[in-house]
Design a protein around this ligand. Structure first.
Ligand code: MD3
Ligand code: FE
Length: 185
């Protein structure tokens, strides 16, 4: 959490926008590492090297995240992006697949802090059966193999389920960090 606060002090949370419609997403985001995930109305989903508002390079990838990646994945190269999602009480994320990475063989490591999320995971095609899983504070999930390319989303946040973020300026909510290899090593 201290690492996240230091990152956000340099690279503030921004509001991403859906390509085409320009609708604001309810999740606010920032990144650490050489690349950061970003989307706006005109240019859509992509990885960029600098914060869209400050113009500065993203802050360094947190060492604790790198250590988790190396211990858990066995992947022969380090992650290039640490996407930080912040969910307020009303935020959610619709069903989608993560497909903006060229390294399609690399897993994704997810770290959750703060309020519990009701997460949903399906299969490789939209509209199949799904399972609901709660991601509580401290949950670390490695998405690899077929699951890496499955549809998934966040149905809702269980407001008040964790006290971890409540004394902060954000006043509760949830952080999720995803570590991603973007380019092919
Ligand atoms: C399952 N984030 O940022 S993390 C995302 O809780 C995203 O903020 C969610 O989906 C969150 O793209 C979920 C867990 C996760 C990450 C990637 C996956 C689950 C996944 C990729 C494939 C399948
Ligand atoms: Fe995702």
């Amino acid at each position: 959490l201290a690492d996240i606060r230091a990152i956000l002090a340099d690279a503030p949370l921004y509001t991403p926008h859906v390509p085409g419609t320009g609708k604001a997403m309810s999740v606010r985001m920032s990144n650490a590492g050489p690349l950061g995930w970003y989307t706006d109305r005109a240019q859509g989903y992509r990885y960029i090297e600098r914060h869209p508002e400050t113009g500065r390079p993203w802050p360094a990838m947190p060492e604790a995240g790198l250590a988790l990646w190396r211990a858990l994945t066995g992947y022969p190269a380090d992650p290039e992006a640490c996407l930080i999602n912040y969910y307020g009480e009303q935020a959610k994320m619709g069903a989608h697949r993560d497909q903006d990475e060229e390294a399609t063989d690399a897993p994704i490591v997810s770290i959750s802090l703060g309020d519990t999320a009701v997460f949903r995971i399906g299969g490789l095609k939209r509209g199949g059966s799904t399972a609901s899983v709660q991601l509580a504070s401290g949950s670390v999930v490695v998405l690899s193999g077929e699951a890496r390319h499955a549809y998934h989303g966040v149905d809702r946040i269980l407001a008040g389920s964790s006290r971890l973020l409540e004394d902060a300026d954000l006043g509760g909510g949830r952080f999720n960090l995803t570590l991603r290899r973007v380019t092919r090593p």
